[in-house]
Each structure stands twice: as C-alpha cells, then as structure tokens.
Design a protein around this ligand. Structure first.
Ligand SMILES: *Cc1c(COP(=O)(O)O)cnc(C)c1O
Length: 367
C-alpha cells in the first residue's frame, strides 16, 4: 500500500537500514559524535542559532515551548486541530491565553493579531502553525514574526513547523522558536521532536528553565555538550543523521523545489477534474480537498488502487481528503494517486474517465 498521508510518511530503505544496527549506549563518545554531527545538519536545516532534539512526538516540543517561552499570557492562532492544541496545553498548565479562532480553511489576519498584541500588554508569546495540517493551510508566519518584533520585540514568536520544516525554507529570521517532528517531511518513524531556537528564546530559557522532562534549560546545557538530559532516542537520532545526509546528496534546495512542484501540479490536476482546494492559502505540505464524496473516494483508493490518503478531522472528518507531498516522493507515486482519484470519480458516476488528472499533473510538474 502506498502511504501518502501527511504524517506519518514512509521511511526510506536507506534510513531503515541505518537504524538496524545494534543499540549503542547514549553516554559514549561514539553516540556523542553522531549527536554532534546531527546537530550540525539540523542547524543548517533550521538556519537558527541553536537546535534541540527531544524524545517525544511533536506535541512534546509544543508543550516545551508553552512552558519555557510564555510566562504571562499566550496568544494562540487557532485555524484547526493543531492551533487548538496550543490552547489546550495552556489550559492544562493553567496558563492565561487568548485565541484567534477561524474556520479551518482561513489563515489568521495579521492586522487583527497585531491589534490584539498592541492592546494587551500581558501577551508575551504568540503560538502559530506555519502549516495548519487540519486543513492544509499556510499562515503568514514570517510576516507575523517580523511585525510583532517591530511592535514589541520582547514577545516570543513560536512557530509550529512540523509540516513545514523540510517542506520549504522557512525564514526564521524573526522567529524565536521553530518546532518540527520526525514523522513528517523528515521521513522517520514517530518519536523525535525537533526545536530550532534563536537568541531571544535562548536568553529566556537560560534565565528561567521551567518544568522537568521538558525543562529546556537543562536540555540546552546538555545538548550543547552533545548529550541529552534524559536517555536520548538513539535509534531515531541515527536515522535522522542518515536522512539529513541523504538530503545533502542533491541538496535541500532540490528537495524543496521538488516538493513545491509536486504540490502545485497536484492542485492543478485536482482542479482540472472538478475539485475544490479547501484552504484559502494552500501550504505545500499537502493538497486538501473538501468534497462530499471524500470518504468514499478514500475507501476506493485503499481497496482497489493500493493508495492510502488521509481524511479530515472533527467536523470535516468525512468530507476532506489530504494528499501528502512531504518527503522524498516519486513523481509516479503522486501521478498514480491522482489517476486513482479520477478512476474513483468515474466509479462514483461523477465524471467520465479520460486521464485528465494524470496528464495535467505530469505537464505541470515537468513544465
Ligand atoms: C503532526 C503535527 C503535530 C504533532 O503531532 P504529534 O502527533 O505530537 O507528532 C503538530 N503540529 C502539526 C501542524 C502537525 O501536523
């Protein structure tokens, strides 16, 4: 079965092989050397001052940022399940927060956000997704960061880039923290959270470490010495190093441009066979389509054509389908998926099959 869901993504064979070596102890020069090299690659990937690797799924890094980078009141951007999660973390810790809530296809309005920051001196941190995976939309994170810093530089801007890091070059110049995870664009098994940090966030963490497992002050101190506070996710770190080495071969620019071409060509192909792209500003990580037959189409794809694409969540669980573009994906894999979707439409009596999806995708990709 072709796994084309926006996380988890398939683990390439070279990475599976790299992770099949005998377990090594984490407090050894051998592992520290691997850790150091991985840190070097990650600093390049994030293009930020410092990076941390945490043994948790992506949500662990979200929680760590809420704990360590917000000490007064959070402003949370909620255009979907993952934005909502930042608010839930605040709630769990009894942290004061306000939320900008929008429909899942709608990016946050920068002016509204700035206005809220302007009017509320208590707000000391902003939490926003780069790509909100619930509806596949792209928030204007770079603009938010730049303008918030111009307005009140002390406000921490934390971006959840779990479906953006490794998809596109996220400009982290004005960001304080950028979160990622192992099981999306980096094509590893779940279980490793990644965090890029810039100067202001580092200063805040060094002045005030909060929490226990997710106390970033303790992590920072250890990881700067190429070790971890708690037992490192050694196998995943070994896999991550192998993956980042693999990406070095053709370079990150090629990785990003292939992803972008696949995403844009897919959206054109879907529109050409009559679908509506759900997000008002689509991210490149996935293509999301709102359609009454979404659940039926997914079922046909799974049972007949060997393709697993994702549905939606909550109120659009049955009416959304999402095709992943993150990671190393062969052109023919996406082409086949689109072809299968067109076949499914024909089976549902919606459209006579004529190969349009495949043709438009291929032409757009190679143009
Ligand atoms: C997948 C994802 C997460 C992390 O979820 P985990 O299950 O904890 O790894 C967070 N934010 C976004 C935008 C995601 O797509």
């Amino acid at each position: 079965m072709l796994l084309l869901t926006p996380g988890p993504t398939p683990v390439p064979e070279a990475i599976r092989v790299a992770m099949s070596t005998p377990t090594i102890h984490h407090r050894t020069p051998e592992f520290e050397a691997i850790f150091a090299e991985t840190r070097g690659y990650l600093k390049k990937l994030f293009d930020m001052e410092e990076v941390l690797m945490l043994a948790s799924s992506g949500t662990g890094a979200m929680e760590a940022c809420v704990l360590n980078l917000c000490h007064s009141k959070a402003l949370v951007v909620n255009s979907g399940k993952f934005g909502e999660r930042f608010g839930k973390i605040c709630e769990a810790y009894g942290k004061d927060f306000v939320e900008i809530k929008n429909e899942w296809n709608t990016p946050v309005d920068v002016e509204i956000l700035l206005d809220m920051v302007r009017k509320d001196e208590q707000i000391d941190a902003i939490f926003v997704q780069v790509c909100e995976s619930a509806g596949g939309l792209r928030h204007p994170v770079e603009e938010i960061a730049k303008r918030v810093k111009a307005l009140r530089p002390s406000v921490m801007v934390v971006a959840d880039g779990i479906t953006a890091v490794g998809v596109e070059k996220v400009d982290a110049t004005y960001l304080d923290a950028l979160i990622s995870g192992s099981q999306k664009a980096l094509m590893l098994p779940p279980g490793l959270a990644l965090l890029g940090l810039n100067k202001a966030a580092l200063e805040m963490i060094e002045n005030k470490g909060v929490g226990y497992y997710f106390n970033l002050k303790i992590e920072l101190k250890n990881q700067r010495k190429n070790t971890t506070a708690w037992t490192a996710a050694t196998t995943l770190v070994i896999g991550l190093k192998a993956m980042l080495e693999l990406l070095e071969v053709d370079g990150l620019d090629k990785f990003y441009s292939d992803t972008k071409k696949r995403a844009l060509a897919t959206n054109e192909a879907l529109k050409a066979i009559g679908f509506h792209i759900y997000p008002k500003v689509p991210a490149l990580a996935m293509s999301a389509v709102l359609d009454d037959d979404a659940a039926k189409i997914r079922k046909i794809l799974k049972s007949k054509y060997g393709v697993n694409i994702a549905g939606g969540q909550d109120h659009i669980k049955e009416t959304l389908f999402r095709i992943n573009h993150m990671g190393l994906i062969e052109v023919y894999e996406t082409a086949w998926t689109l072809n299968a979707i067109e076949m499914a439409m024909s089976e549902l009596g919606r459209r006579t099959y004529d190969g349009t999806a495949n043709r438009v995708f291929t032409q757009e990709f190679y143009k």
